[in-house]
Design a protein around this ligand. Structure first.
Ligand code: DGJ
Length: 728
């Protein structure tokens, strides 16, 4: 694996384990020559592109296309020059090749620990007329079939210019017959897998909400028609960014498909004065010839080990109990300690105090910004509560929402201009709150210092960082008029600055990000916080889809999943405790209910769940995920987790509704070693296990080809799971 340069042919070959990506310089333009199954490099590769000198630019597959010189497809960038003209023509100048990957100064990204983990190619392009310079940066990861791409755009001329579009990447696929697969949703129903054929015209997903959003995740895969979970070619694109984004697949009149992705060009204009640079966020591009399943596993391994950082990256995450659905804003120290006492008896490891502990916050209409504990609820303060929790043998965690300000707060009274707003105009409140202007250094410093004061005095080992509204009236009192359209992007940069400082200052704290559930479940946030609260919807049935969909890109260790009360607070559904437990145990496990109200039987169930989860923690969170049955396709869901050496696995099966006179249910396993024999190990406390198979030893080939019959009970909300251990 390497990046091979053939200077005489102008060829750059990014050759992975299973894939090749080819760029060819033709007429000084960087042409996209190929991306797909691995090609040998010992034969002539120049003919693989359908580009040649006689073809107009509108038909050439390109790496970073421009507008205005004959290509009428959507461009990767657009610049308005000082003289008012908008024509630029980027021509190839030179390249640099280096081992490893450079770290960005201000943006999150996938990283390497050793230089030999990746190789980086930089293509330097220039528009001679204006001096506009663009460097296209490609890093090929040796570990899996992934390439990261971003661009650095520099004003090398003497006049200021305005970037009107600055996408991270663009690629042209020569032929059609592809579907776009992406994740849609809203609050409480994130992660819906949506798939539609790409046809003439544009298929676009985007966020204009100032955050990556519940509505569209910054991810898309192009799947060759017929590619499914287990087979076929899939090309994945995941943007490491937490703000407005766009992803666009455009099919032209030759049926070729241009796919581009990056910061949303909508309401975007970025001024570059002389010598200034704009760095785009990076897109992580993954190739799989074994369907969406293998694409996900490549993302999971890379994001788990080379996007997430810090001491919790490789360690088992604590099983937590969060008081939100147990008490909402209505709690006292005594009530919280009672829940913690019960948690300690059940061997839960971490107690998390959610919203409502500061200012005078008895509902969601006040106090954001006033990060001082509310002595009415916590007479001894946070420290007293934390030490009581610790005395019970639990760790203590705390909720914060540091990007926000309530109009009813001391902070707002002191600094009414510290929120994003447009002077003289109405300030749209969402959940009675406004968004702090993180583009301003003094605002960021205030928040950093407020948090620092708490985190350095209270024994906190976990923080839930929430963000509960979209951005509106995106303007800053501190920004000159000609730069106001930079604010949405600068907000994200400001956020990353605070996150970098606070996570560096407190390396012992496990941070979990949240945005009304999964409103900002994106790789940018994962760089700072290795887990995310997946959704405010904690219903077991809804969670099947949410967690299944989210796992298309994001590793299980990142997917927060809690057992909550019934009737479920979001949908009113009654599901068995075991069903809710089995769904939550398929993620980053915890509880979100009043443990003091559980029946003795439920407490026994919790004890067993905790023991069982601790035993398979490693497997679920660090193993390879194989999705076996999709909740988007019917009444059943199944998935399994396989250890890297394939000697251990755990299989989960769920059926939502009972069906009269059902046929025998068969689940075909995946990811095992066909040469190994596996023992099906019954699990303590799992009632409905596969009785017929208990303690049987079956071949990996048989388990995958013939499957196992799931012994079901005739009832709604049936779930079961079992473990496999290789013998001999
Ligand atoms: C939204 C989060 O998603 C919930 O889990 C909870 O923390 C509330 N905010 C608190 O306001």
């Amino acid at each position: 694996m390497a990046i091979i340069v053939n200077q005489s042919q102008g060829l750059f070959h990014l050759q992975g384990k299973k894939m090749s990506y080819l760029i060819q310089i033709i007429n000084d333009f960087p042409i996209h020559a190929y991306w797909g199954k691995r090609l040998r490099d010992d034969a002539d590769l120049t003919e693989v592109s359908d580009s040649d000198n006689g073809v107009g630019i509108d038909r050439l597959p390109q790496e970073y296309p421009q507008y205005g010189t004959g290509d009428f497809r959507y461009p990767a960038y657009q610049a308005k020059l000082g003289d008012g003209t908008r024509i630029t023509e980027l021509k190839y100048k030179s390249y640099t090749l280096s081992a490893g990957k450079k770290k960005s100064g201000s943006l999150p990204g996938v990283y390497v620990e050793q230089e030999n983990e990746a190789d980086t190619l930089e293509l330097h392009l220039e528009d001679e007329y204006s001096g506009l310079q663009v460097t296209l940066v490609y890093t090929l990861f040796n570990q899996g079939d992934a390439i990261t791409r971003y661009a650095v755009i520099k004003n090398g001329g003497s006049d200021s210019l305005v970037l009107q579009r600055a996408l991270s990447m663009s690629i042209d696929f020569p032929s059609g017959n592809m579907d776009m697969v992406y994740l849609t949703g809203s609050w409480s129903r994130e992660g819906n897998i949506t798939r539609r054929p790409i046809d003439k015209g544009a298929t676009v997903i985007e966020s204009r909400r100032g955050m990556s959003s519940h509505q569209f995740n910054p991810f898309a895969a192009l799947a060759k028609s017929g590619a499914d979970e287990r087979q076929g070619e899939v090309f994945g694109f995941s943007l490491v960014y937490s703000g407005n984004f766009e992803a666009r697949a455009e099919m032209d009149h030759f049926n070729s498909i241009r796919f581009s992705m990056g910061v949303n060009s909508f309401d975007f204009a970025y001024v570059l004065d002389q010598a200034e640079e704009f760095e785009t966020p990076e897109v992580v591009m993954v190739y799989s010839d074994q369907g969406l399943g293998e694409m996900s596993r490549i993302y999971h391994r890379l994001y788990r080990t080379r996007l997430c950082r810090g001491q919790y990256r490789d360690t088992e995450r604590p099983i937590l109990v969060n008081n939100w659905e147990a008490t909402y804003f209505n709690f006292t120290t005594e009530k919280l300690v009672d829940i913690a006492k019960e948690a300690s008896k059940l061997d839960i490891e971490l107690f998390v105090l959610d919203d409502g502990w500061f200012g005078h916050r008895d509902s969601d209409n006040s106090s954001l910004g006033d990060w001082i504990e509310d002595r009415r609820k916590l007479p001894g303060g946070l420290n007293d509560l934390a030490s009581q929790i610790q005395d019970l043998g639990l760790q203590f965690g705390l909720w914060v929402e540091p990007e926000m300000i309530s109009p009813d707060s001391d902070l707002y009274h002191a600094h009414p201009d510290w929120c994003l707003h447009v002077p003289g105009r109405r300030r749209t409140e969402v959940r009675w709150q406004l968004v702090l202007d993180y583009t301003r250094e003094e605002v960021r410093n205030y928040i950093y210092n407020s948090l620092h004061a708490i985190f350095s005095t209270v024994p906190i080992t976990y923080v839930k960082w929430d963000m509960n509204r979209v951005l509106t009236e995106i303007g800053s009192a501190d920004c000159p008029p000609h730069r106001q359209a930079e604010i949405a992007h600068r907000y994200v940069l400001g956020l990353y600055d605070v996150l970098e400082r606070i996570t560096t200052a407190f390396p012992h704290i496990l941070f979990e990000s949240c945005s009304s559930g999964g409103g900002r479940f994106d790789p940018g946030m994962l760089y700072y916080m290795p887990q995310t609260w997946t959704s405010d919807d904690t219903d077991g049935v809804e969670r099947l889809k949410i967690q299944y969909g989210t796992s298309l890109v994001y590793p299980i260790s990142a997917i927060g999943a809690h057992v909550s009360d019934v009737p479920n607070h979001q949908v009113g559904r009654l599901t068995p405790f075991s069903f809710r437990g089995d769904v939550a145990m398929s993620g980053n496990f915890g509880y979100e209910l009043d443990l003091t109200k559980l029946t003795e039987q439920e407490k026994e169930a919790v004890k067993l769940q905790v023991v069982n989860y601790k035993e398979m923690h490693q497997l679920v969170q660090q193993g390879d995920l194989y999705r076996l049955k999709s909740p988007f396709e019917g009444n059943e869901t199944a998935w399994m987790f396989v250890s890297e050496d394939k000697t251990e696995a755990v299989v989960f099966y769920f059926r939502v509704l009972a069906e009269p006179f059902p046929r025998r249910r068969r689940v075909y396993l995946d990811g095992l070693n066909p040469e190994l024999n596996y023992k099906l190990v019954p699990v303590d406390g799992v009632e409905n296990r596969l009785a017929a198979y208990n303690d049987k030893v079956l071949g990996g080939d048989r388990l995958m080809q013939v499957g196992v019959v799931v012994a079901e009970e005739q009832k709604d909300f049936f779930s079961t799971w079992f473990r496999l251990k290789a013998e001999g």
